[in-house]
Design a protein around this ligand. Structure first.
Ligand code: ZN
Length: 494
């Protein structure tokens, strides 16, 4: 029967968990999960950065046992106990994957180890990233977003009437803008007592939104859109950022009164019960993923009436914490997309590069060592041969020289074999970055989250988000990467 084992490692770093602590956590984990611990491996006071895998006695023993199919469950505190260098980490990961070892992390902040294509990319990042790098990415994501927005390079979700051309050009859609003006005219006329009344009027006139019937929420969004009076607003890190886009304003100068009036009238247009939205409210986040930031229990998925519409909510029974589902979901999609794009853009390549370089260096050194050895043995053989040629073949010294010659020849043969084996191995192993191409095609999957089906969205978010914490005035996304966490305040409209 295959075994359940635990591995502990401590370094000389006092801040790290000691072997005793790790052992205690492993035993507790086993007890809670009905596992019987068959064996333990420990490397005490061993740095995973300075020592090679071979220099870590018990890790080598563990890997040997895994290779020999002896192990089913491996209990370990965190990834960094196994390796601190990405090349070591990946080596171990591939072995665990090949032997289908189930890895249990006793630290509850550690992202579980899985064996699929996507998990492999994550492992590369997890294995190669330091805490410092993780924090830098967080900051970079935010700063880049703000800078791009202020420079007008963010074209995320252009309002109705506009579309993106190329990378950062905004084009106007005349027909759509006409319809925007129509909506504002109708609102300001005061003819409609509700948004739904206006909506029905638009259906009568056969006005559709990109081929589909208008929804009241969409009409409301049009009326509230500040870009129609030349202003874009975004909230980053809980702060509002504005950018003037006067060239795209529909209500310029004196006309801006129209926009302001519409806001006042909108407030008075009490929406009626909307039959369309009653049909289905879909939650796009896995049940249990959104948690209460106060009591830390999962938020319940509830459907409630709000201003005559059926709206999904994530809420906590005990604390007054509640958030509209589509509101939080859209933000999570945004953040997940940013997060992943940023990781791909800045980090993965550097990890690959680092891996590639250190791998190359390691091989080059081994190859060079063999070459030196071949050269040395060649010279020794040469000396023995010339000595042998000069002496009488019948003296005992000649016999011993002959023996030495034979031995050296064998040794040289081994050296040469080793040398060519290393060259082949290097070529195989350093062909690794071709994986990069595979990885890039995976990013396409994330390029257009809003177009995905609800199930796909759920799957994707569960793959990269560990937990979402909602509090009364802010929310935080904890990504499965242990060092990545984003926190933002709610917009005032929620
Ligand atoms: Zn709560």
């Amino acid at each position: 029967m295959k075994k359940t084992v635990a591995y502990y490692r401590s370094s000389t770093d006092l801040q790290e968990n000691s072997v005793t602590t790790q052992q205690h956590q492993a035993l507790k984990y086993c007890m809670n999960n009905y596992l019987f611990l068959d064996d333990e491996y420990e490397d005490e006071y061993v740095s995973a950065k300075k020592k090679t895998i071979e220099q870590r006695k018990d890790l080598s023993r563990l890997l040997e046992d895994i290779k020999n199919d002896k192990i089913e469950n491996l209990i370990v505190y965190k990834r960094d106990r196994l390796a601190r260098k990405v090349e070591d980490h990946m080596l171990i990961y591939y072995l665990l994957k090949e032997k289908n070892v189930k890895v249990h992390f006793t630290s509850n902040t550690e992202y579980p180890m899985k064996y699929n294509n996507f998990a492999e990319i994550l492992e590369l990042m997890l294995g190669g990233m330091s805490e410092h790098e993780g924090k830098q990415i967080n900051e970079r994501i935010l700063t880049t977003r703000i800078a791009n927005f202020e420079k007008g390079m963010t074209l995320d979700k252009l309002p109705y009437g506009f579309m993106a051309v190329g990378n950062n050009e905004i084009a106007e859609n005349e027909d759509e803008i006409k319809l925007v003006k129509f909506i504002f005219d109708e609102v300001c006329s005061g003819r409609h007592y509700s948004l739904n009344h206006l909506r029905k009027y638009m259906i009568e006139l056969n006005y559709t939104r990109r081929g589909k019937e208008w929804k009241t929420v969409q009409i409301e969004d049009v009326i509230k859109e500040p870009m129609y009076k030349g202003m874009r607003v975004r909230t980053y890190g809980g702060q509002n950022y504005f950018r003037e886009v006067n060239e795209h304003a529909i209500f310029k100068g004196e006309d801006s009164v129209i926009w302001d009036n519409a806001q006042d009238i909108l407030e008075k247009m009490k929406p009626q019960r909307d039959l369309d939205n009653e049909t289905k409210v879909e939650f796009a986040l896995e049940d249990g993923l959104v948690c209460c930031g106060i009591c830390h229990q999962k938020l319940e998925q509830k459907i409630r009436m709000r201003k005559g519409k059926y709206v999904g909510y994530y809420e906590c029974k005990h604390d007054s914490v509640a958030v509209a589902s589509d509101w939080i979901e859209n933000r999570i999609f945004d953040k997940a997309q940013d997060f992943f794009a940023e990781l791909m853009k800045t980090n993965l390549n550097s990890i690959f590069k680092r891996y590639w370089e250190s791998n190359n260096k390691r091989f080059d050194k081994k190859i060079k060592d063999q070459e030196t050895l071949i050269e040395l043995n060649d010279k020794r053989l040469g000396r023995i041969v010339s000595k042998y040629l000069k002496i009488d073949k019948n003296v005992p010294q000649a016999i011993s020289l002959r023996e030495k010659m034979e031995k050296l020849k064998v040794e040289l043969e081994i050296n040469r074999e080793m040398h060519s084996a290393l060259l082949i191995e290097k070529e195989k192993s350093c062909g690794y970055p071709t994986n990069e191409l595979k990885v890039k095609s995976n990013t396409d999957f994330f390029s257009n989250i809003s177009d995905l089906t609800n199930d796909k969205k759920k799957e994707m978010i569960s793959d990269i988000v560990y937990r979402i914490d909602v509090e009364r005035y802010s929310y935080g996304v904890i990504f499965k990467h242990p060092f990545l966490e984003l926190r933002e305040s709610f917009d005032e409209d929620n």
